[in-house]
Design a protein around this ligand. Structure first.
Ligand SMILES: [Zn+2]
Length: 242
């Protein structure tokens, strides 16, 4: 950590909060507990998707250390994973936002400007979604040869283009900003590791809930699939088009 950040914002004690400040650690623990509780309350409502899923893997969930810590491996349906990974991501994002507001003035100023600009967009379909939907693609996969008349992402891009871009930064400002972004990233990694440690304590409850609410539905789906694969020879109405 050098020059600019110290000059602008005083000492930015990466990790001091988590290592020395029991209150912050306790509050992370409370937040993770609450996130897991909220996810456990939602889980009984989960149902397997009946529509065709996206082909592209979810960048938030694929290989997520948070999901590994929670014991939600790749054998668990993505819809089940996504609600938890989003809730945990929100906790990490909030912790980093708090740290940035206190320690990283250039980054905070940049984020404030971007937030102002974002608020002035007339169409913001990606905001205010439930955790189960937040961060997922807004449009279905395109079908070759059958273009969409419009897409939600396209409309959002048009609304974004209608708002003037932020003024360019000087090279010095860019370098200082990059330094603060790096510090924010380091802090995010540390909070992420702490959150994973806390999640380990919830694995048993999470896995018990998956066994209760998710696995029977998957078993029923597989049964149904087996029956419909056997059926065409009997009735001819098993799998359409097969
Ligand atoms: Zn996901």
């Amino acid at each position: 950590m050098t020059g600019d950040v110290i000059r602008h914002g005083g000492n930015a004690p990466i990790g001091a909060d988590l290592r020395d400040n029991g209150a912050v650690e306790r509050s992370l623990e409370t937040q993770v507990d609450q996130a897991v509780e909220a996810w456990l309350r939602w889980l009984p409502r989960w149902e397997p998707a009946t529509h065709r899923g996206r082909v592209a893997p979810c960048r938030r969930c694929l290989g997520s250390p948070v999901l590994s810590a929670a014991g939600l491996g790749s054998d668990v349906p993505h819809g089940v994973q996504h609600g938890l990974s989003t809730r945990i991501k929100t906790i990490v994002d909030n912790a980093v936002a708090h740290y940035t507001a206190r320690n990283l003035p250039m980054l905070q100023a940049e984020l404030d400007q971007q937030a102002d600009r974002n608020r002035s967009r007339t169409y913001r379909p990606a905001e205010g979604l439930e955790p189960e939907f937040d961060g997922l693609p807004m449009d279905p996969d395109p079908v070759p040869g059958a273009p969409f008349l419009f897409t939600i992402a396209g409309l959002a891009d048009e609304a974004d283009a209608a708002v003037p871009a932020l003024p360019p930064l000087t090279e010095d400002a860019k370098a200082a900003l990059r330094q603060e972004v790096r510090l924010a990233d380091e802090y995010a990694s540390m909070v992420g590791r702490e959150v994973c440690t806390i999640l380990l304590r919830h694995r048993l409850r999470i896995q018990t809930a998956v066994a209760q609410y998710v696995e029977p539905q998957i078993a029923a789906l597989l049964d149904e699939l087996t029956r419909s694969l056997d059926a065409p020879f009997d009735s001819g109405d098993g799998l359409p088009g097969v």
